[in-house]
Design a protein. Structure first.
Length: 431
């Protein structure tokens, strides 16, 4: 895993792209040759020197796109956000830096809106071809006319890659109808600290791609300067979710209408049916459907969509040294899919020995993915210790007391990296 170096507090003088403050800034962290500084005036994080222009756009290689489709696209979150922003039966949505275009497809297919995406990378072309949506392979530029205005402008993650966030925001706003809603999400600068999980920190920093991570107060101030009277920021997770409107309007996006999970599952099933059976898109839909049913303890529905080819009960990992080698051998959703199968084996089938074996396989798969592709392993990092805990629970039900004691000790050891909720549950259920 790339090393996050928190040891240096060196200072450098340069102009903050957010607040224009030109005083010295203290280095917070270094990784993979990039230094990240905190602006003392606005508290935003800035990569300095700025990565070369060719390094900043989204990595569009085939392997990362496959990883995005099979697992790492936050598809349920995107669909929730889009549906929560849409409050009437007809309208127009623009998704800027839309990637593969799931949000564009969901807004059109499920919500009945006209939807357009801007995506200059090859991801947009792939999404246009496989989803059949209107994705235009163009970067964001200032809208010079008023004919192409939108009720909702949606932009997830892109502002962190922009060398001039003010110019980017001005361009976003130029596509918004009067009274329309702007939605932004971006990594929260306040989350970048040594105690935060390493894989999640790497994903937020994205060395070589992210230029500026904004904090809530700074972003709210920028939007108010641009004339947004109502700005609501949800900072509960690793990313800020920002909803902004001009004039009197509901500030937060709120929750989708009742029945969202049903509509989301129907959407996944429809996309799965239209995708090639051997495609990353098809595998990703199967994984997300299966996980959704397992999370809901709907074992019959889970069994109906389960695909044995997406798990690895006895994974061979010793000879894998790269992400490409991992991807050649396994589907990229293999770790969470194997974990979900273990949960069903434990809770539905009561096959405790096999459940323990599957949980152990999921751990090995998580560790290998974290080793070979750490900045794309947030799911695996979060999943790892849950798999360890559940292996202990499966061994407990199987009567394998010695293994239970060993697992409890591993979780509760002083040097263990297990999160506190996992430690508390292990102390309660395994010790």
């Amino acid at each position: 895993m790339p090393v996050l170096d928190w040891s240096s507090s060196a200072r450098s003088r340069f102009v903050c792209t957010v607040c224009r403050d030109g005083r010295d800034k203290r280095r917070i962290v270094s990784c993979e040759g990039y230094d990240v500084y905190r602006c003392g005036a606005c508290a935003c994080l800035l990569c300095h020197p700025v990565p070369e222009a060719g390094e900043v756009p989204r990595a569009a290689d085939e392997l990362r796109l496959r990883d995005h489709l099979e697992m790492n696209a936050a598809l349920e979150t995107q669909c929730r956000e889009v549906e929560a922003l849409i409050h009437r039966s007809a309208g127009r949505l623009l998704d800027v830096s839309c990637g593969f275009g799931f949000s564009v497809d969901y807004a059109q297919r499920v919500c009945g809106w006209e939807a357009v995406g801007f995506e200059p990378s090859a991801w947009g072309a792939a999404g246009r071809g496989q989803l059949g949506v209107d994705i235009r392979r163009q970067p964001l530029a200032l809208n010079s006319g008023s004919s192409a205005l939108f009720d909702v402008v949606y932009c997830s993650g892109a502002i962190a890659r922009e060398q001039d966030p003010w110019r980017f925001l001005h361009a976003l706003v130029s596509y918004l109808k009067p009274g329309g809603t702007l939605f932004l999400s971006t990594p929260d600068a306040e989350r970048i600290r040594p105690a935060y999980p390493p894989a999640a920190t790497l994903a937020m920093l994205s060395p070589g791609r992210h230029v500026a991570l904004l904090c809530a107060d700074a972003l709210a101030g920028m939007l108010r300067v641009l004339g947004f009277e109502s700005v609501h920021i949800d900072s509960a997770g690793s990313h800020l979710a920002v909803t902004a409107t001009r004039g009197a309007a509901a500030a937060p996006a709120g929750e989708p209408a009742d029945g969202f999970i049903r509509r989301y599952r129907e959407y996944l099933a429809a996309v799965q049916r239209s995708a090639r059976p051997d495609s990353a898109l098809h595998r990703g839909c199967v994984y997300r459907l299966y996980r959704s049913y397992v999370d809901a303890l709907d074992w019959a529905a889970a069994a109906a969509v389960f695909d044995e080819s997406l798990i690895a009960e006895h994974p061979k990992l010793d000879d894998i040294r790269s992400f490409a080698a991992f991807a050649q051998r396994f589907p990229l959703c293999v770790a969470p899919m194997t974990y979900c199968r273990a949960l069903q084996t434990l809770n539905d089938q009561a096959d405790y020995a096999r459940a323990a074996r599957l949980f152990r396989a999921a751990q090995a798969l998580c560790r290998k993915k974290m080793e070979v592709e750490p900045d794309r392993s947030v799911v695996e990092e979060e999943l790892l210790w849950r798999a360890v805990l559940h292996e202990g629970i499966a061994c407990k039900y199987a009567g394998r007391r010695r293994e239970v004691v060993a697992i409890a000790r591993a979780i509760l050891a002083e040097e263990s990296a297990a999160p506190e909720p996992i430690r508390e549950r292990a102390a309660r259920e395994l010790a």
